[in-house]
Design a protein around this ligand. Structure first.
Ligand SMILES: C[S@@+](CC[C@H](N)C(=O)[O-])C[C@H]1O[C@@H](n2cnc3c(N)ncnc32)[C@H](O)[C@@H]1O
Length: 254
């Protein structure tokens, strides 16, 4: 899995997590848990005085490294998703990948389902890394301000970066961007659902990612009832969870 030319290599994911900008903030975890969580800063902000997203905006090399870190993970997840969940993409004409990074997921979806017109939406300094000539539309902006309209909003490993309040804000805008359920509107997210695995190794990995989200961004991994509360608070009426190895595909309907 760590050999670079393996099509599902995790090398770039591991190299990214071991980079100084990702590894150093872990040294603040103990202080954060004892004292600093009361001050309203994330563990990452204690180290750098700014969020990971701000650091990425100021440091294009770090943006590229972070995108490659996510791509390493994405190759494995997207392969499973596109092989095992084809029916979830049936009947769609347009999809916007919110927080879509350098477009790896959207490009994979377009290749698997050429009839779906995909938009990659992320912060302006991030979408400049979508390869030129890719079969996707590229739009820069913040998901807290606006979400481009499409049949489906797709978000992979985005919601777990944020607290409940921010997730609800983004999901309310997602709901405005999609058509009614009868017209095929839905949001698809790929996230961990804690408690959805009987395998010790997966449960331990869920806990590791929960800690990692707290350290990097002040986010968390959620159990089903926590996801359900967020969707309900954002005005969605129904949801369906399809387990997909370590992660799950969660659809929610307006
Ligand atoms: C953990 S990464 C996931 C990237 C990609 N979806 C994947 O799975 O490989 C989170 C993404 O959210 C993006 N992001 C952060 N803040 C954002 C905002 N306000 N609006 C849009 N995207 C944002 C980041 O730039 C990053 O690409």
């Amino acid at each position: 899995m760590l050999v670079c030319d393996n099509p599902i290599s995790l090398a770039s994911h591991v190299l990214g997590l071991l980079d100084t900008n990702m590894a150093t903030p872990w040294h603040n975890l103990s202080t954060f848990c004892r004292l600093d969580h009361k001050k309203g800063f994330t563990v990452y902000e204690m180290e750098y005085g700014k969020s990971l997203w701000k650091l990425s905006e100021e440091n294009s090399e770090f943006t590229v490294l972070f995108n490659e870190t996510m791509d390493g993970d994405g190759r494995v997840t997207m392969k499973a998703l596109l092989e095992e969940c084809t029916e979830n993409f049936e009947g769609l004409n347009t999809l916007v990948d919110v927080g879509g990074g350098d477009g790896t997921s959207a490009i994979a979806i377009t290749k698997a389902f050429p009839h779906i017109k995909c938009i990659v939406y992320d912060l302006p300094h991030v979408v400049t890394n979508v390869p030129q000539g890719s079969p996707v539309e590229v739009v820069g902006g913040s998901m807290f301000d606006h979400i481009p309209k499409a049949d489906v909003v797709f978000m992979k490993l985005v919601m777990h970066d944020w607290d409940d309040e921010d997730c609800v804000k983004v999901l309310k805008l997602c709901k405005e961007a999609i058509p009614s359920r009868e017209d095929g509107g839905k949001v698809i997210i790929i996230e961990i659902v804690r408690g959805f695995s009987n395998l010790d190794l997966e449960r331990e990995t869920h806990i590791f990612f929960d800690l990692a989200m707290m350290v990097y961004m002040g986010g968390k991994e959620r159990e089903e009832h926590e996801w359900k509360k967020i969707f309900t608070d954002a005005g969605f009426t129904d949801y369906k969870i399809t387990p997909l190895g370590l992660r799950s595909l969660i659809e929610f309907f307006p």
